[in-house]
Each structure stands twice: as C-alpha cells, then as structure tokens.
Design a binder for this molecule. Structure first.
Ligand code: ADP
Length: 399
C-alpha cells in the first residue's frame, strides 16, 4: 500500500511536470508564430519601429489567446502597445529571448526580439502572454490528482488484496495438505516401528547365545530408534507449524525448565569432558508450552554437546530483556561457516553431514527450535565463527 502511494505521488508529480512543460510549449509556439507574422510588418519611421501597417491587417493564423504586443525604441522606452494591458517593462535586450516572469501580481511568458535596420539597433518587439490560465489549469490538474488519490489507493489496495489472496490460496492449500500428510504419515509410521522394535527385542531374547544374530539385531534396533526419532521430529514440526498449538499455551516457569534440562544433560557433558556452566538464571514466567520449551533447550544443548570438542565450554544464561526473556546458549565448539549459517534452520540441512549423522542428528533439530520460537512469538539469533564457537540467543515475550 505504501509503495502504491509513493508510486502514485511520483506519477502525479511527473504528470504535473509534463503538463506544465506541454502548456509552456503551447504558449511558446503561439508567441513564436505571432512574432514571425509581426516582424515583416514592422516599419521604421524616424529611426523608430512602428506597427501601424500591421494594424490594418488581420492575423493570418487563428490565435486562441491574445498576447500583449509592445514596441520599444533602442533605449528600451515603450513607444507602442497593442492588445490587452501588459507590463510596460522591457525584460530582455538579448537578440531573441523567451522567459517566465513571475511577480506578486502577475505571471507572464515573455518573448522579446531585437529589431535592426541596416545593422543598427532600432528597438525591440516584446510579446507578453499571461500564464494565469495555465497556472489555474496546473493547479486544477494537481487538485484532481489529489482528489482521486484516496479512491485509487483504496482500489489498488482492494485489487491487491483480492488478487494476492486468490494467488496465495492454492499455495496455502497445498501447504496444508502437505502438512497434514506429514503429520498423518508420521503418526502411521509409529505403529510399524514399534512392531519392528518389539519383534527385534523378542528375537534378541530368544537368541541370547548367538553373537552374530545379536550384532545384526542391534543394528536393526539402532536404525529403528533413529527412524522413530525422525518420525517424532517430523510429527512435532508438523504440529508446531499448525496454528492450533497456540491454544494450549499456559504459564511456564522458564528458569525451572532450563534447570531441568541442564540437570538432564550434566552427565552427558561430564562424559565428554565439556564444562556446562550455568550462568545467571533469573526466575521468569512466560506464556508458553512447557514441553516444547523443554524441547527447544534440549535441542540447543544437544547441538552444543555434539559440535563442541572434548575439554570445551558451554554456557547457558536466562535474563530478562525488555518485555521478555533472553536465553543465551554459548559454546566454544567447531562453529559454523558464513556460507552455512543462513541455512542451518532449514529442514534436513546439515553443515557437516558426516559429523551430524555420526552424532545421531537428523538435520531437523534447529527447524524444530525455530518453529517453537515462532509459536511463542519470539525471535532467534545465531552468531558463529568456525573454530571459535557458536552463540544462540532466543528472545521469548513474557505474554
Ligand atoms: P543436526 O541434527 O544435524 O544437528 P540441526 O538442525 O540441529 O541438525 O542443525 C543443523 C546444522 O547446524 C548441523 O548439522 C550443524 O552443522 C549446525 N549446527 C547447529 N548447532 C551447532 C553448534 N552449536 N555448533 C556448530 N554447528 C552447529
């Protein structure tokens, strides 16, 4: 709408400019035609120009506006004038000049020509045409443009809304169909995965001595577990992206959720000799979904654990910021290159596929984090440099 308004204002100003230029051109061509008709009829009497002979003639061209015709002597004194009362001033002594003269009480277009007889300057012919009507026409044009502006803008707005919503409808519909499909497929896949897991475990129990079978069953179980995680992630993502999650938000003590996840992870960090440092954790209550928030912190700490080398450091803090909570998770791990950074929130995107897969990553972790942040009307920001580490900052509004 704003762009349409700016375009309209520019078009209107441009229109006024073109209109004024064409009116000036029209006035100039009238004055030039008359000047060309007058010059041959000028006589020289006692060294001064006169238009007495012309007065007996009629115009050859059909003039629509009547200009003021003035004859000046070589000293610039007015000696003859015809037509309506004009401004009795010689505005220019240049051989052939056209100019706009605007004063408080008049606005005129002036054409002046110097007159010579045998190379001697004998005087000047000056034609003046009032631009009052032209100014009035330009003002009316501008007023009309301003008057129709609201109607045009409302028209543009309605047409834009109508066409964009019409154009977006098929995309929205196919997106909803895809979302429903992912949710249904994920849900349906849970049962066969559970059957695979249950049967594999029962074969494992039946064959306690057979090491070769046990090893293969372990591989099946690992794959089934990965598949189950993937299906769970897809289902969660589909749920997060459908608007109805918003209805289930309640008051959540975010600091408590942070502390629970930290304690869940403390052994895993110790096992990898990475220090998990709890910095300021301010008590804070937000309006949200506690399970999703737990998942958000879990995914970020999981990544910090995966992508930080032994002996590294991970810091977590929760502070109030403006009208919300600011959760910061820092690690001095492998970092992310500038090239990969814009894509890390895309589904199935892995900056380092081999490392991610080896650590059990599906490439959905950060997509889920982003979806959870958006569900809570928050913002997520990431800063990272390879070899230095990564900092995720999440802002969540209190209400
Ligand atoms: P994955 O399951 O592969 O970890 P994510 O969506 O969680 O998927 O992350 C996407 C990619 O972003 C990862 O593959 C990894 O390359 C990069 N990444 C995420 N968090 C970090 C981090 N803390 N340090 C370095 N790289 C990270």
């Amino acid at each position: 709408m704003f762009i349409a308004m700016v375009v309209y204002v520019i078009a209107a100003l441009f229109g006024c400019f073109i209109f004024k230029a064409s009116m000036t051109h029209f006035v100039d061509s009238e004055l030039t035609t008359l000047t060309n008709e007058l010059i041959p009829t000028i006589e020289v009497v006692d060294g001064h120009p006169t238009l007495r002979r012309w007065k007996k003639n009629v115009f050859k061209s059909p003039f629509r506006s009547l200009p003021m015709i003035q004859l000046y002597n070589a000293e610039g004194e007015l000696i003859e004038s015809y037509g309506p009362v004009g401004v009795p001033i010689l505005f220019s002594r240049i051989a052939n000049d056209k100019r706009d003269i605007q004063e408080e009480s008049y606005h005129i277009r002036v054409h002046s020509v110097s007159l010579r007889a045998e190379q001697n300057l004998i005087g000047y012919l000056q034609l003046e045409l009032s631009l009052k009507n032209v100014d009035g026409a330009i003002t009316n044009f501008g007023r009309t443009m301003a008057l129709i502006a609201p109607f045009l803008l409302i028209g543009f707005g309605l047409a834009g809304y109508f066409f964009s919503s019409k154009a977006a409808r098929p995309v929205e519909e196919s997106f909803l169909v895809l979302q429903r499909f992912i949710a249904d497929a994920s849900h349906e896949l849970n049962t066969p995965i559970s059957i695979i897991v249950a049967n594999t475990e029962s074969i494992e129990a039946d064959e306690p001595e057979n090491e070769s079978v046990k090893a293969r069953l372990k591989t099946i179980l690992r794959s089934a577990e990965r598949m189950s995680n993937l299906v769970g992630d897809l289902l969660l993502l589909a749920k997060m992206e459908s608007a109805n999650v918003l209805g289930t938000l309640t008051a959540v003590e975010l600091d408590k959720v942070v502390r629970i996840v930290i304690s869940d992870f403390s052994e895993l960090f110790k096992a990898k000799s990475i220090e998990l440092k709890e910095e300021t954790i301010q008590p804070m209550q937000i309006h949200g979904d506690s399970e999703s928030l737990k998942r958000l912190i879990t995914n970020l700490l999981q990544n910090a654990l995966k992508y930080t080398n032994k002996g590294g450091l991970v810091k977590i803090s929760l502070v109030s910021s403006g009208n919300g909570a600011l959760l910061i998770i820092f690690d001095n791990g492998v970092g992310i290159s500038d090239e990969n950074l814009p894509h890390i929130f895309d589904r199935f995107y892995r900056a380092d596929p081999s490392r991610s897969r080896a650590a059990g990553g599906s490439g959905l972790g950060l997509s889920i984090v982003k979806a959870i942040v958006e569900t809570h009307k928050g913002r997520i920001n990431v800063e990272s440099a390879p070899g230095t580490g990564t900092t995720f900052s999440i802002y969540l509004p209190l209400k």
